[in-house]
Design a protein around this ligand. Structure first.
Ligand SMILES: *Cc1c(COP(=O)(O)O)cnc(C)c1O
Length: 452
């Protein structure tokens, strides 16, 4: 059953035009409502577990020695990028623009690092405890010894991925000695497959899209008692691993002397594929900042799977193909036809809204970010940059600000755009993105205007 309002949403999605959807059922009270029993305590528990893993991570990945085994990215103020966006009709009204630089996360090079590495470590911990190799208060570096390796070698860790989750899971699994197998969708970039194969990860290519690759991986793993499948659509472990980013951001905001409260709202814009990474982050932020944080997801106009899932309530198992879209996007990390239903339900009381972005706009932002801030990201990671414009310059966005009593405090607002991947993009590949963005920016002599 699709009501009148849903019909309007579906019609807007099918038009393939950028669109801002506001979540009508977001909890206006405190916290996250009664949809789940998860809370801040679960986010903190995941963070504490990662701290126990930190000494092991330093052994497995020497590049983590300088951070004591912590996998974290910087929070960067990006005034030059903000100035470029202001030239394209986004009036920040005195608010400030920040970049949460997950494109530069070590080991995995994307937002998938926290969740993916966390879930593989949790599985290894469980196995080692079961075999009596690790005691509850023991030294986790035992997981990197030959004895543990012999145990892990019997198991295969597998995952379905558009690319970056495969990199995160594959690299961690291989480092511990597991056999690793990544089911990749057609959208996955060749360099991501090659990077995995070089590390001894088996890559199975599927001629169908991401959702099919996940389903195939899930089935294959079911047949095998020594297989562990990281289920991107259903894993709460993955979700909680992602959520620790919120605690890290809280600390970074504090260090930057940024206040977050009713008079100093925080807006966060995160690219969304199946939903786990942005969902975990948004969930964590909501637990910490309550109504002072406003989380928006960004999706390609060609793959607005979370928007469709949340707006239409997962009725009839709708995918973006059903509304006439083709998942035809260069944003490989976001090229997903059906969102995680689990995450969509968790987001119902959490998320402020979702906006969609055309591919050309991703390349413009990618180019602008490099020329203004010397920061290199992949196309998926650029999707969040349309967020401030959607919110501040579109009618829907202004409706949101008015409805939430935010108009008077926007001069004290902080806007965090989450850049979700890019560190390992080969230079030749990046050059093509750059050139495409440069050509598009040159064409638009009158810079891109928001016409939502
Ligand atoms: C995977 C990914 C996302 C989105 O994460 P999901 O958990 O699939 O929603 C965003 N950006 C990049 C670069 C990614 O690889």
């Amino acid at each position: 059953m699709i009501d009148h309002n849903d019909g309007d949403v579906l019609h807007s999605l099918a038009s393939n035009r950028p669109f801002l959807w506001l979540n009508p059922i977001r909890d206006k009270g405190a916290g996250t409502g009664a949809v789940s029993t998860l809370s801040l305590a679960d986010v903190e528990a995941a963070e504490q577990r990662l701290q126990k893993f930190a000494p092991l991570l330093q052994v497995l990945f020497p590049e983590l020695r300088q951070t004591g085994g912590l996998i974290e990215s910087e929070l960067l103020k990006i005034p030059s990028m903000q100035a470029l966006l202001e030239q394209t009709h986004t009036d920040f009204g005195g608010g400030h623009l920040w970049l949460k630089a997950d494109h530069n996360l070590p080991v995995a090079g994307s937002v998938k690092a926290r969740g993916g590495i966390y879930e593989v470590l949790c599985f290894a911990e469980e196995l080692a405890k079961k075999e009596g190799l690790l005691q509850a208060d023991g030294d986790y570096r035992v997981l990197a010894t030959p004895t543990a390796r012999q145990l892990f070698e019997q198991y295969t860790v597998s995952v379905g991925s558009t690319g970056n989750l495969g990199l995160s899971i594959g690299v961690t699994a291989a480092a511990l000695g597991f056999k690793a197998c990544v089911h990749m969708s057609v959208e996955a970039k060749r360099w991501k497959k090659e990077r995995l194969r070089r590390r001894g990860v088996e890559v199975i290519e599927h001629s169908e899209d991401y959702s099919k690759a996940v389903a195939a991986g899930r089935e294959a793993a079911k047949q095998d008692a020594f297989a562990y499948f990281v289920d991107d659509e259903n894993s709460l472990t993955l979700f909680m691993g992602y959520s620790v980013a919120a605690l890290r951001l809280q600390r970074q905001l504090r260090e930057a002397a940024i206040t977050v409260d009713a008079d100093h709202p925080l807006f966060v814009y995160i690219p969304c594929g199946v939903g786990g990474a942005p969902g975990g982050i948004a969930f964590g932020l909501k637990q910490i900042f309550g109504n002072a944080v406003h989380c928006f997801f960004a999706e390609p106009t060609q793959a607005p799977c979370m928007l469709l899932g949340m707006a239409a309530g997962f009725k009839d198992n709708l995918s973006v193909y059903d509304v006439g879209l083709q998942v035809d996007t260069e944003a490989d990390g976001l090229a997903v036809s059906q969102a995680s239903e689990l995450v969509a339900k968790l987001m119902a009381p959490v998320l402020s809204g979702i906006f969609t972005v055309k591919d050309n706009q991703l390349f413009r932002h990618l180019y602008r970010l490099e020329v203004s801030e010397s920061v290199r990201i992949e196309p998926s990671a650029a999707a969040g940059f349309d967020g401030p414009g959607c919110l501040l310059s579109s009618e829907q966005g202004r409706n949101y600000l008015r409805a939430n009593g935010l108009e008077e405090s926007m001069h004290q607002a902080n806007h965090v755009v989450w850049s979700t991947g890019g560190r390992f993009v080969p230079a030749t590949e990046y050059q093509q993105f750059h050139q495409r963005g440069e050509a598009l920016c040159a064409q638009t002599s009158q810079p891109h205007k928001h016409t939502l």
